[in-house]
Structures are given as structure tokens and as C-alpha cells.
Design a protein around this ligand. Sequence first.
Ligand SMILES: [Cu+2]
Length: 148
Amino acid sequence: MKKTIFALSALLLSSTAFAQSELVIENPYARATPPNAVNSAIFMTIKNTGNEDRTLISASTSIAKKVELHTVVKTDGMMKMREVDTIDIPKNKDVMLKPGGLHIMLFELTQPLKEEEFIDVTLNFKNGDKEQFKAPVKKVMAGMKHKM
Ligand SMILES: [Cu+2]
């Protein structure tokens, strides 16, 4: 236990001391799933506090075999999800990933997502930067159903 705490504080110190990223990930969460569900999604606000435009090119998590960047578009009066290659995070702007809009789509979950649990998330940016964090699993009532 002592070792874990030491490792964690060392990690916190080093990430503060060598912080290069000017991205702030706020309020990330993953959608809780009923048993046997195979898909889910992750939402968050990405703040770009820097003076350079940034581009999210991919994401990953150990609990899904396939992860895509998605948006929702209205086609013939229907809200449909569509994969996007990238999500732009313009300088000094916030981009919200939320139900009914941009989201990180999880396919082929390796386990059901239960409330109160945390999942690991890695965001990969075009400039080679990675943002790694844990996102809590929450019940999401709003937004579209994730049916493909
Ligand atoms: Cu989706």
C-alpha cells in the first residue's frame, strides 16, 4: 500500500512538473450498460487552454475491443451516429462530447459497465500527445440509444 501511494504521488508530481499539455479533460464519464449490452460511449468536455489548435485522432480503453470517434447527424428526420476521422479542439475553446452529439463510441465491450466503476481512457492527439485518465461510469438518461 505504501508503495502504491508513493508511486501515485510521484506520478502526480512528475505530471505537474513536466506538464506540456494545455488540454484539460473535464467531467469525463462512460454510459452504464444493461447486462449483455455490447456498445457504450464516453463523454467529456475537452478544454484547450493553449494557443494552438489541437486534433483528437483516436481513443482507446481496455474495456472495449473497438473504439471510434462519433458524431450524431440528423438524416431524414432521424438522429444517426456517424464515425468521424477527427475531432478538432480549437485553441482557447471547449469542445463538449455529450449524448446526442460528439462522443467516443465503444464497441465489443469486454464487460458490462456498472455505475460507480471507473474505466481507463486514452486520447491520442495529432501532435503525438496522449491524455490518460479514468472516467466514472454513470447512468445516462438523455440522448439517443446506441443502436447501430
Ligand atoms: Cu456512436
